[in-house]
Design a protein around this ligand. Structure first.
Ligand code: DX5
Ligand code: ZN
Length: 221
């Protein structure tokens, strides 16, 4: 998958789960290729969302060109990455704060044939990205993980700049939380190239128009 390209990656967290396939397909018909899936376990973050079964159902429902970008907000992700890879994840992102076995888990993700992503909560410094061997994607949380619809944290823009300097152009830098046309453009300017947007798309009166507005603002179309 084009890790160097710019993509808006809609988060299904704010979609209607009873009509998930149709909602995502509607955005894919507009050119969207990366779908962000937020997995929460009730431990690492308070809410519980969904597990591999929903990822697998989406995989079945969507065309092959859909890239399923799975963001694991779960404790000890090394115990579950195999299940998400089998379910059809293309990329799996784990939290620095969720396991003492980062390198092991990232290698395991790659051995399973998926792209390996690493992410940090807003209060966690960016130096962690320099401590691991190979990652395909760095996810910078721009809200505290756990809920959609929170306000963007502008203090994270410096972290995006730092991480882009540290990792160079070949690693995707994804931002997640409070992304709309205005904040998305700020993140793009700071060096991000994948832009998660949940409520700004799926809670909008016209999700297709909202998708295009963000994509234009960040230079993804
Ligand atoms: C939050 C999730 C996000 C969430 C973003 O913990 O990781 O992906 O869906 O939602 P918005 O775009 O509404 O901030
Ligand atoms: Zn997310």
């Amino acid at each position: 998958m084009p890790l160097r390209e710019r993509h808006v990656t809609p988060s299904i967290l704010s979609a209607d789960f009873a009509k998930l396939g149709a909602h995502v397909q509607e955005i894919m018909d507009e050119g969207c290729r990366v779908i962000h899936c937020d997995v929460m376990d009730g431990h690492f973050v308070p809410p519980i969302t969904f597990g591999p079964m929903v990822v697998s159902a989406l995989r079945e429902a969507l065309p092959d060109e859909a890239y399923l970008d799975v963001h694991l907000m779960i404790e000890r992700p090394e115990r579950h990455v195999e299940a998400f890879a089998s379910a059809g994840a293309d990329g799996i992102t784990i939290h620095v704060e969720a396991t003492p076995h980062l390198d092991f888990t990232l290698s395991k993700i790659r051995d399973l044939g998926c792209k390996a992503g690493l992410t940090v909560c807003p209060g966690t410094p960016p130096e962690h990205f320099a401590q691991v061997q190979d990652i395909d994607l760095a996810l910078i949380m721009t809200v505290n993980p756990g809920w959609g619809g929170q306000a963007f944290m502008p203090g994270q823009l410096d972290k995006i700049r730092r991480v882009r300097e540290m990792l160079g152009p070949d690693v995707a830098i994804e931002v997640d939380g409070g992304v709309n046309p205005k904040t998305g453009a700020q993140c793009a300017e700071a060096g991000a190239n994948w832009f998660v947007a949940g409520s700004a798309i799926f809670n909008a009166p016209d999700p297709v128009a909202a998708y295009h507005a963000i994509a234009k603002a960040v230079g993804a179309e």
